[in-house]
Write a protein that binds this ligand. Structure first.
Ligand code: ADP
Ligand code: MG
Length: 156
């Protein structure tokens, strides 16, 4: 587990770009943090780094957007965990082909894949600062988190 501090939206976007350079196919990445923390900004930069062209928006009404190689969920408006089945959540997360990004994953932690990368964005006391923590839940992504930590520090 490690934490980075960013001081502007651009710095958060750059950090997400570094993640995009290192992330592997089949990774499930959960994004936690309050409204306005910077989750969507993070996904946008990650998706563009992975080659998604055009606009990346938070799937507010349809709950899920699928781009080439990346599937983006935002569970903010989901009321019950049964709805996850209705939107095909498990088909995408159980054996993901590309990258799966899930905003508001902490609403239904018990329904998330046992092995996942968790990125938690927290506002710091001064307005534009963010503390961004990367962690692996389960064994699978522990090595990835370590590699990412070195990569991020070397890229500063
Ligand atoms: P969320 O999806 O978590 O609700 P958004 O990504 O939609 O949040 O919005 C984050 C907002 O915070 C943007 O308007 C962005 O410009 C602003 N912001 C200010 N400082 C930062 C920072 N360091 N990192 C990310 N976003 C920041
Ligand atoms: Mg959002």
């Amino acid at each position: 587990m490690f934490t980075c501090t960013t001081n502007s939206p651009e710095e958060t976007a750059h950090l997400a770009e570094l993640v995009g350079q290192k992330i592997r196919e089949g990774t499930v990445l959960c994004l936690e943090g309050d409204l306005g923390a910077g989750k969507t900004l993070f996904v946008q930069s990650l998706a563009h780094t992975l080659g998604v062209e055009g606009e990346v928006t938070s799937p507010t009404f349809n709950l899920m957007n699928v781009y080439e190689g990346i599937c983006h969920f935002a569970l903010y408006r989901l009321e019950t965990e049964e709805e996850l089945e209705d939107i095909g959540f498990y088909e995408y997360t159980e054996d993901p082909e590309g990258i799966v990004v899930i905003e508001w994953s902490d609403k239904f932690p018990q329904c998330m894949p046992e092995e996942r990368v968790v990125v938690r964005i927290e506002k710091s006391d001064d307005g534009d600062g963010r503390h961004i923590t990367f962690a692996s839940v389960g064994e699978r992504y522990q090595e990835f988190i370590k590699e990412l930590e070195s990569f991020v520090y070397l890229s500063h």
